[in-house]
Design a protein around this ligand. Structure first.
Ligand SMILES: Nc1ncnc2c1ncn2[C@@H]1O[C@H](COP(=O)(O)OP(=O)(O)O)[C@@H](O)[C@H]1O
Ligand SMILES: [Mg+2]
Length: 267
């Protein structure tokens, strides 16, 4: 019994044979089909797939914001029955409360802590995302990238066992986006927080993911889970990177070969 429990608990997320339907016009529509995904502590998982294939729904199920018909969904070894403070979420729009200062937005989930402890945590996380000095600013005074940093700080301040990110950089300009990718990787390495990020940017998925979950169009099924085996192969422009990219493109485009401008590097 004890051994079994230990074996189950080695996963932060354990999803087995998950199916999800939504009722649309009184008809049940298959949204997610036979999803199997186990996520270990400290992993960075990225999920790519067409718009509407159920990526956000899958994240919301992990977080307990959406229920499911059948299958097993466990977080930290327990069936997910609703949202909990140990599961943070970051969305494409920052969802900061406009009437609160940045420090109060980041400390929002920490209101029950003694003031000094709360302030210390807020300070630490603002520093982590490079927003030291903006404690007393309001969200509208920040750029898009800075507001997303604040949203990430808020997500991490609660000390979540897992941080779920739903296209968090989707609304940012290309340069800020690359900068944010480097930042989130640095934070992941420093803090060891388990992270799951949905993105439709294949480069981003390869750059960030220890494993990349490739999903089919609706109903969303997992076509492949690609393990990226070395840091070197994840450098943009490397032959390894091009090979991953080609492998993923093949799921989405019939003319994947023509789309790859660096085919000569890809195996
Ligand atoms: N609450 C809901 N009720 C009915 N259909 C929904 C609901 N939420 C999402 N859907 C549908 O489920 C499918 C998957 O949505 P979503 O998970 O948001 O996709 P993705 O994030 O991959 O773009 C879409 O077709 C969407 O219209
Ligand atoms: Mg979505």
């Amino acid at each position: 019994m004890g051994i079994k429990k230990e074996a189950d608990n080695k996963y932060i997320i354990n999803i087995k044979n998950l199916n999800k339907q939504f009722i649309v016009d009184k008809q049940p529509i298959d949204i997610l089909k036979n999803i199997n995904l186990q996520i270990k502590k400290g992993e960075f998982i990225t999920i790519v797939g067409h718009s509407g294939c159920g990526k956000s729904t899958l994240l919301k199920i992990m977080c307990g914001l959406v229920d499911y018909e059948n299958g097993i969904v466990e977080r930290n070894g327990h069936a997910v029955v609703g949202p909990g403070p140990r599961c943070g979420m970051v969305f494409q729009d920052h969802r900061l409360l406009p009437w609160l200062k940045i420090k109060d937005n980041v400390g929002f989930g920490l209101r029950d802590l003694p003031k000094a402890e709360r302030e210390e945590k807020v300070e630490k996380h603002l520093e982590m995302v490079g927003l030291k000095g903006f404690e007393n600013s309001y969200p509208k005074q920040l750029s898009g990238g800075m507001a997303q940093r604040a949203a990430i700080a808020r997500g991490l301040a609660n000390n979540p066992t897992i941080l779920l990110l739903d296209e968090p950089f989707g609304a940012l300009d290309a340069l800020t986006r690359i900068q944010m990718q480097q930042e989130i990787l640095r934070i992941h390495q420093a803090e060891g927080t388990t992270m799951v990020m949905v993105t439709h940017d294949i480069d981003e998925a390869i750059y960030l993911g220890d494993r990349i979950v490739v999903m089919s169009a609706r109903p969303g099924e997992i076509k492949e889970i690609i393990k990226t085996d070395s840091i070197e192969s994840k450098k943009r422009g490397s032959t390894g990177f091009a090979a991953y990219k080609k492998r993923i493109y093949n799921y989405f485009f019939e003319d994947a070969k023509d789309l790859m401008d660096n085919m000569e590097y890809a195996n």
